[in-house]
Ligand binder design. Structure first.
Ligand SMILES: NC(=O)c1ccc[n+]([C@@H]2O[C@H](COP(=O)([O-])OP(=O)(O)OC[C@H]3O[C@@H](n4cnc5c(N)ncnc54)[C@H](O)[C@@H]3O)[C@@H](O)[C@H]2O)c1
Length: 390
């Protein structure tokens, strides 16, 4: 049987643990994968923590230096769960070493970097995938099927949003996500890129946009050990650190197919712990989605053929493989980790079948192109053309 040897980079972080757990449980959850999958390397700068993790997962080597994994001839797949800034350098080195690459979003800091490494991947014929996660949810795959079938006609208008409230309070502490050196585009690459992934997947490429992406809180208390999403006690004399990337983004855009869109995203939506929603309007119908009902779409089709007027709730169920792999009944609720594990399963499937699945590096370069365009538009206060790279 084919063997796929994996290295998880950033293994002690949120995504690193989600990915590692997914690999460890793949066969148990999904049955025969067509390959034997083994994590060989757990890489993280927190040495003590990954040694503990390696003991739990069993049989993994550890290192604080990602080049150990990239230079290992036995490794087939480099899985990048590192902070944004390092994605480009690591992905490029991995592709040049002939490895398949699965990289967390945002793929790179800039469109130029994204186009460069997408070209290397194409030239070398390697499998790539960016971990945009959410569109793997079968609800969105159903939405795509309805759109591609023409069930809602020509798309005219997309409205989307994604928000968290981790930094709604000015006392929420500084973390790497607010550091323009480690996360160049802040919330635009972090959360905006998730909405952009829906736009690219469901509606198509965007040709131009205008965006406003301000830093609303220019400094934050700096507390050692601050963890994403966890409140900490802040003393009056806690030192402050400058925030150097955007807290929020708002944009208007024009898709290549003539549709228009408006989008907002932020990390400052006080009280809204996690918001993700979209509305897609067409000439014959509409589709709306809200993460609060994670596997449910609301679909409208113009009345006729016995169809009543009004939106219908559609729950995806076990007839879709992404759902049926976990649950026998509809509307039991898939979770983020299950959707992510399905993404990991697809990455392995792509390698086994030598068949790429959206979003590859070439697809994701359009998403990074949108992030670039937002930053450029904010700086110039003008509408800008999006460099889709294709
Ligand atoms: N797809 C999604 O839904 C989703 C969700 C969260 C995060 N992300 C992305 O995943 C990536 C990681 O985010 P996270 O929330 O897991 O971050 P995190 O801070 O929890 O984890 C990052 C890990 O990388 C390690 N690390 C940092 N620099 C390193 C280096 N040079 N060498 C080795 N290890 C290093 C850290 O010690 C940490 O354990 C980011 O790009 C983020 O945007 C994606």
């Amino acid at each position: 049987m084919k063997k796929i040897v994996v290295a998880v980079l950033g293994a002690n972080g949120w995504m690193g643990k989600v990915h590692s757990n997914a690999y460890a449980g793949l066969e148990r959850q999904f049955g025969d994968l067509g390959a034997e999958v083994r994590i060989k390397w757990l890489i993280d700068q927190d040495e003590a923590a990954i040694e503990k993790l390696a003991r739990r997962l069993g049989g993994c080597q550890t290192s604080t230096d990602w080049t150990d994994a990239v230079s290992d001839p036995e490794v087939d797949l480099i899985d990048i769960c590192l902070p944004d800034k390092i994605h480009y350098e690591v992905a490029k080195a991995a592709l040049q070493a002939g490895k398949h690459v699965y990289c967390e979003k945002p793929m790179t800091d800039t469109g130029d970097q994204a186009r460069e490494i997408a070209a290397i991947a194409r030239e070398k014929g390697l499998i790539t995938r960016v971990g945009h996660s959410f569109p793997v949810n079968p609800a969105h795959r159903l939405a795509k099927r309805l759109i591609d079938n023409g069930d809602i006609g020509d798309i005219t208008f997309f409205k989307g949003a994604q928000h968290v409230d981790t930094h709604g309070s000015p006392l929420a502490p500084f973390i790497w996500r607010l550091d323009g050196d480690l996360a160049a585009t802040g919330i635009v690459g972090d959360t905006g890129s998730h909405v952009f992934s829906f736009m690219d997947y469901l509606v198509g490429p965007i040709d131009e946009l205008t965006a406003h992406c301000p830093i609303l809180f220019p400094e934050r208390p700096e507390v050692s050990g601050a963890v994403y999403g966890q409140a900490v006690e802040i003393a009056a004399d806690t030192p402050k650190r400058a925030v150097t990337n955007p807290d929020l983004g708002m944009l208007m855009c024009r898709f290549r197919n003539g549709a228009v869109g408006i989008v907002d995203f932020s990390r400052i939506a006080t009280g809204k712990r996690f918001v993700q929603r979209y509305e897609i309007y067409g000439t014959k119908g509409a589709i709306t989605y809200d993460y609060d009902n994670i596997t449910r779409l609301h679909v409208y089709q113009a009345p006729g053929n016995g169809r009543p007027a009004g939106f219908t709730a559609v729950d995806v169920g076990p007839d879709m493989p992404e759902y049926g792999a976990y649950l026998p009944l509809a509307n039991f609720g898939l979770g983020y980790n299950e959707i992510k594990a399905y993404e990991v399963r697809e990455v392995i499937g792509s390698i086994v079948d030598n068949r790429e699945i959206w979003p590859t590096f070439t697809d994701a370069q359009r998403i990074v192109g949108l992030v670039d365009a937002c930053m450029e538009s904010h700086a110039s206060r003008k509408w800008v053309q999006v460099n889709n790279g294709n």
